[in-house]
Design a protein around this ligand. Structure first.
Ligand code: 6PG
Length: 241
């Protein structure tokens, strides 16, 4: 099984059901949060249905919008108004349709260099957390959402990249190699969470998902959580696994 032995693998019949189950999961995580609820958002296309679902009944009225803080697990090194921007994607799918205080939206600053964007976001996360060291007893995030690339990457943690072994920095620059230049949170920070959930949808993810479920190595398969990693996948992605 992916990640750790007690990974929870849930197959949902279609993308809309996946979005609803994931919305229920996130809502439970933020309502259960000890301190300020903080969600680490996934980029890409898969989570968009989930983000839109949160702006609809029953979630729109039940979600504690004024208290929840929003962060990104990774970002492409592009301006916020770029069609490639994960910030822009979340604004269009979620923030433009829900009463989210601007101060609760923690976007990466892409106005300077790639390295500056990483260092600046790391400082921002450390300030929000209130300590330089992550404690297993006090997770940074209430919920961490992750996607799965067909090559097994998650966030901007790509196969074979030295960043996979980064244990002290919280945020690093990922120069263009297997993708465009990006900024990503590292494993320890993504894993500092009250709950971790992968959202995987579509037939193009069949092969990589089957490989991970058979115990194959991939950056996504290395994500660990004491409470067990959740995998919310639709039938199209789970078919062969
Ligand atoms: C990104 C994401 C990336 C994504 C996977 C899956 O910025 O693109 O962080 O890790 O989650 O590539 O993307 P899709 O959901 O579009 O298949």
């Amino acid at each position: 099984m992916p990640g750790n032995a007690d990974a929870k693998f849930v197959v949902l019949r279609d993308p809309d059901t996946l979005a609803r189950v994931a919305a229920d999961w996130i809502l439970a995580r933020v309502l259960d949060a000890a301190g300020l609820p903080a969600v680490c958002l996934a980029g890409g296309s898969t989570p968009q249905l989930l983000y839109r679902k949160l702006t609809e009944p029953p979630y729109h009225d039940r979600f504690p919008w004024p208290r929840v803080h929003w962060f990104w697990g990774d970002e492409r090194f592009v301006p916020h108004d770029s069609p490639r921007s994960n910030y822009r994607m979340v604004c269009r799918a979620l923030f433009d349709h829900a009463p989210v205080p601007a101060a609760n939206i923690h976007a990466m600053d892409m106005a300077g260099s790639l390295e500056y964007a990483a260092e600046n976001y790391e400082g921002h996360l450390r300030t929000f957390y209130g300590s330089e060291l992550l404690s297993p007893d006090r997770p940074l995030f209430s919920a961490t959402l992750l996607g799965l690339g067909t090559d097994g990457h998650t966030a901007s943690l790509f196969p074979g990249d030295p960043v996979l072994d980064e244990k002290s920095r919280w945020v690093v620059a990922v120069p263009a190699s297997q993708s465009e230049p990006r900024v990503t949170l590292t494993f320890p920070v993504l894993e500092s969470s009250g709950g971790i959930a992968f959202l995987v949808s579509g037939a193009e993810k069949c092969a990589v998902l089957a490989r991970i479920r058979r115990g194959g190595d991939a950056p996504a398969a290395r994500i660990q959580s004491p409470s067990g990693v959740n995998w919310f996948v639709d039938r199209a992605a789970a078919e062969a696994s």
